[in-house]
Design a protein around this ligand. Sequence first.
Ligand code: PLP
Length: 403
Amino acid sequence: MTKINDNYLKLPGSYLFSTVAKKISAFQEANPDKPVIKMSIGDVTRPLVPAVIDAMHKAVDEMAAAETFRGYGPEQGYDFLRNAIVKYDYASRGIELEADEVFVSDGAKSDCGNIGDIFSVDNKVAVCDPVYPVYVDTNAMAGRAGDYIDEHWSNLYYMPCLAENGFMPQLPTEKVDIIYLCFPNNPTGVAATKEQLKPWIDYARENKAVILYDSAYEAFITNPDVPHSIYELEGAKEVAIEFRSFSKTAGFTGTRCAYTIVPHELKVNGTELNGLWNRRQCTKFNGVPYIIQRAAEAVYSPEGQKQTKENVAYYLNNASIIRNALTDIGLEVYGGENAPYIWAKTPDNMGSWEFFDKILNETAVGTTPGAGFGPSGEGYVRLTAFSSKENTEAAMERIKKLL
Ligand code: PLP
């Protein structure tokens, strides 16, 4: 008889963002005269920049001619893109990497989830709370999280990120084997300085732990003390895998391109994780389309850099509009300075979902309830800066009027 993976049955409710989306569409259906402004799901709204579109057109034409047509590409990504990543994202910051330490993929979401394939189910996993739900749910699916009891997975080690600790996780007080860190953070929008990250490298080295560092929002960093890559810290290559994405950097959420760095120096019991990840990718993944990789390469051209940076600046300006508006009405507001997310404390100790419903029903603005990111997110909502400036301003006017 067929047996299913029972771990899936332990997963609570539906995925956070689908619940939010369902609530927003139900409201919209019931109130067609009140257009909802979505500041909920972290999806970009600005189109791909001209440099990227030009590169895509050119690559499409190459696919139309027998001499330049491409079929299956290398599972790890084409050299032109891997070399561009090494040169522009790492060498430019003084980090030496080999092209074969870069694995191009269709998304940081897939990579953050799939990376679990190369680790035993016995590992003790530490996650921040609140957290990007993918880390938790994929470990639960793999059977690494235990049972879901009172909003906590019994085998996960939770690191609460609260106002009291500046939303920075504290080092585990028990031994953990795998640590997910995400900076600039989704959902809190807080970024970690080199000084704040250093103890994590030390911890991982002392405890033979691996850090899974999600740097999907590095393009939003404005503070010079905040590293764009964990490898800016000495010794990090021995203990960390880094996930990056073109999604938020260059508007590729619907285009799909990301990459993961697995340094050769990173070894567990003498085994290079680079080799394991390579094996996994070659077996289960057939590479990112040529057209998309050419588009990603164009992000690094001088025009691509200028144009994508303009978009990031546009979103950061929205973030400051949100920060200022919510601060003006007396809410406690975090993030938004090195990230496209604003983490706001609900007024009068309202619950996250209660506040989400109030804002949706009374102002037709969609937010994301903090509780959906983990128990310590209760009492907060997350707003994103990915709308247009006009919609951001309109949403803030509506919320200001209500509160
Ligand atoms: N990592 C974090 C922290 C994210 O917030 C997101 C998307 O919202 C992703 C990864 C997913 O990135 P991608 O679009 O490359 O799958």
